[in-house]
Design a protein around this ligand. Structure first.
Ligand code: G3P
Length: 221
């Protein structure tokens, strides 16, 4: 499973990049707003930091303007994936950009039917929003499972399922169990995935017992 970071804060990416865990990044207008920075600078810096896809979302809602914006975003760097919403105009734009060889991440997906349309429109990625479905009492993970089932029926579908709107480590684990290709994870959740009290306790015990040996792995000359 590929791990993308769901953030527009460059420092959060820099902190995790050395782990080798960061296969890509997703941003959206809300994340860009939260960064308080110029979107072009943020996307350009992100594209420098990671070799994988960096999603940058269009702002327009009409196809002609989305297309202009998408082509403009794609010029920032070769690893830009243009994000378009799951609307008729978004699918039209997806089709054209995809045919031009530009990666497209179709976002704000909340049904299997929408995901099927996005695949037919040539989407590189489909972003089903797990957390926002959970937030209104629907089962977000069921959507991931449904899309995995449908896509797996058709080997010619190359669209990757990018589990999004992730709220906690269980979403990541369940999305992996379902077979999603990618999870875009808030940095906070990456740190939550990492932590376990028994690991911390084990380290403390090992340190204490090692000190008792009086030995050093490397003796200072
Ligand atoms: O960036 C796309 C998606 O992961 C955002 O989800 O619900 O946390 O705003 P959310």
């Amino acid at each position: 499973m590929k791990f993308f970071l769901d953030t527009a804060h460059i420092e959060e990416v820099k902190e995790l990049i050395e782990t080798g865990l960061v296969d890509g990044i997703t941003t959206n207008p809300s994340l860009i707003a939260a960064s308080g920075r110029d979107f072009k600078k943020v996307i350009a810096e992100m594209c420098e930091l990671v070799a994988g896809p960096v999603s940058a979302e269009v702002a327009a809602l009409d196809h002609p303007t989305m297309l202009k914006e998408g082509r403009h975003l794609a010029k920032i760097a070769p690893n830009v994936a243009v994000k378009v919403p799951l609307t008729l105009d978004g699918l039209k734009t997806c089709r054209v950009l995809s045919d031009e060889g530009i990666m497209v991440n179709v976002t704000l997906c909340f049904s299997a039917g929408q995901a099927l349309l996005a695949a037919k429109a040539g989407a590189t990625f489909i972003s089903p929003f797990i957390g926002r479905l959970d937030d209104i009492g629907h089962d977000g993970m069921q959507l991931i499972e449904e899309i995995c089932l449908i896509y797996n029926n058709y080997p010619d579908i190359e669209t990757e399922i990018l589990a999004a709107s992730i709220r906690n480590p269980l979403h990541v684990i369940a999305a992996a169990q379902a077979g999603a290709h990618v999870a875009t994870i808030p940095p906070k959740v990456v740190h939550q995935l990492l932590k376990h009290p028994l690991t911390d306790n084990g380290i403390a015990t090992f340190v204490k017992d090692w000190e008792k040996t009086g030995q050093k792995i490397i003796n200072k000359k």
